[in-house]
Design a protein around this ligand. Structure first.
Ligand code: URA
Ligand code: CA
Length: 441
């Protein structure tokens, strides 16, 4: 097989064969094809696309480029959920304990923050002592005994994706439907769950900015997952503004605990219940979405969800004190309000800018070696459509020092755009996508 001929073929807009795709993916996983040829093919795919068959072949080749976790030892139907990435998107920490409390095993491999988006592993590590690196054996035992574990991907999970993702990040080839779909679905197939609910974000803070592009991505991923024998569905949900009000690692853990303790709700809870209800359906614990939602709500109100989170924290070596007293979480040195500079309605937000602001404060990494400051970030006090007067708080910043707080305040003020005219609030759930249909909501 000749890599130059494969690049030439895709450059001219032709479809690649299974053998050609396998050769490329093996080259990415083993290093036998040099980065410059991988990058050239990635750009040809970005510009000329892939058909449905090619996208599926690419995904399956990437899935089998490393270990495929076998969850057969877990009783019941293990389910997983995956978000394409957002800001203030703490749904995993809310829904995973609730779903597990409803009797459906959650065996979840999560990621770290990427670019402007936060990562579940980084959030969990703000809990004193919590470990996200369990061996596969300990991971399976924990899911068998308490029905819930959240860990990092094992080292040899979809290694082709590790190479390709790193190249895409630095060659402007991230925003390609077949490349995103194959990257996400290969990792989900390799991590073993039988039922998978995808949360495809849409809007200013998402990889796909329009509802139609996000639905197309969701359809592509769901088709591949179902063709591969898994039960996969997707919700397209809004990322035109941060989902939860808290942005930052310990702050997002605090918000998840506040939700599970029944002290707060809002859009984060709404989306978590929608996703979780569908996980219960796929896991066989609910006959339909309304029943799933009712079970999730019952687990919330009884405190069973919070108790399950506590069990997971203890099982993974963490100090569960934060579940009873959120002030046990890391606290920032400087807490200051971010005032509105003018009066009006909140019209739109630069959600990527908000995510980048949290990252610059120390909540995310700019290089692989950066160490995260778990305490920093901000708490939004407004949502799109709210009316505010000049001087009223847009957010509260939690910073490591005064200089960082001042920079964050100015950045947040730039990211929140005001209008003199009234603005309607954002729609939260845009569509439900299954292998049979697209339901626009
Ligand atoms: N998340 C991934 O894992 N891969 C992508 O390509 C985009 C988001
Ligand atoms: Ca394995």
């Amino acid at each position: 097989m000749n890599m130059i001929e494969i690049i030439e073929k895709k450059k001219l807009g032709n479809a690649l064969t299974a053998e050609e795709i396998d050769f490329f993916v093996a080259g990415a996983a083993t290093g036998s094809v040099p980065d410059y040829q991988l990058a050239a093919l990635l750009m040809a795919i970005r510009l000329n696309g892939m058909n449905r068959e090619e996208t599926k072949l690419l995904t399956l080749a990437m899935t089998h480029s490393g270990d495929v976790v076998n969850l057969d030892a877990i009783p019941g139907i293990p389910v997983d959920k995956h978000s394409t990435g957002g800001v203030g998107d703490t749904t995993t920490l809310v829904l995973a304990p609730l779903v597990a409390a409803c009797g459906v095993p959650v065996a979840k491999m999560s990621g770290r923050g990427l670019g402007h988006t936060g990562g579940t592993l980084d959030k969990l590590e703000s809990i004193d002592g919590f470990s996200v690196s369990l061996t596969e054996e300990v991971f399976l035992k924990q899911v068998q005994s308490i029905g819930l574990a959240v860990i990092g991907q094992t080292a040899n999970l979809a290694p082709a994706d590790k190479t390709l993702y790193a190249l895409r990040d630095v060659t402007s080839t991230v925003d390609s439907l077949p490349l995103i779909a194959s990257s996400i679905v290969s990792k989900k197939l390799a991590s073993g769950a039988k039922g998978i609910v995808l949360d495809v974000k849409t809007g200013a803070g998402a990889l796909m900015h329009t509802t139609e592009d996000s639905i197309a991505l969701a359809q592509s991923m769901v088709r591949i997952g179902c063709d591969a024998g898994r039960n996969m569905v997707a919700l397209v949900t809004d990322m035109g503004e941060p989902l939860g009000s808290h942005v930052g690692n310990a702050l997002e853990v605090k918000e998840a605990i506040d939700v599970l303790a029944g002290r707060t709700g809002g859009p984060l809870l709404t989306v978590a219940l929608e996703l979780g209800a569908r996980m219960l359906v796929l896991g066989g614990a609910a006959k339909d979405v309304p029943e799933g939602k009712a079970k999730m709500e019952a687990a919330l109100h009884s405190g069973a969800g919070l108790a399950k989170l506590k069990e997971m924290i203890v099982a993974q070596g963490g100090n569960p004190a934060c579940c009873d007293d959120v002030s046990a979480l890391p606290q920032a040195a400087v807490i200051l309000p971010c005032p509105a500079l003018e009066s009006g309605y909140i019209a739109s937000m630069d959600t990527v800018g908000l995510g980048n602001t949290a990252q610059a404060m120390g909540a995310g990494r700019r290089t692989k070696e950066d160490v995260i400051d778990p305490a920093v970030g901000f708490v939004m006090q407004v949502r799109i459509g709210d009316k505010v007067a000049a001087g009223e708080p847009l957010a509260t910043v939690h910073a490591k020092n005064d200089a960082s707080a001042r920079e964050a305040i100015a950045a947040i003020q730039r990211c929140i755009h005001m209008s003199k005219e009234a603005v309607p609030p954002c729609k939260l759930i845009h569509a439900f996508v299954s292998s049979e249909s697209v339901e626009r909501l």
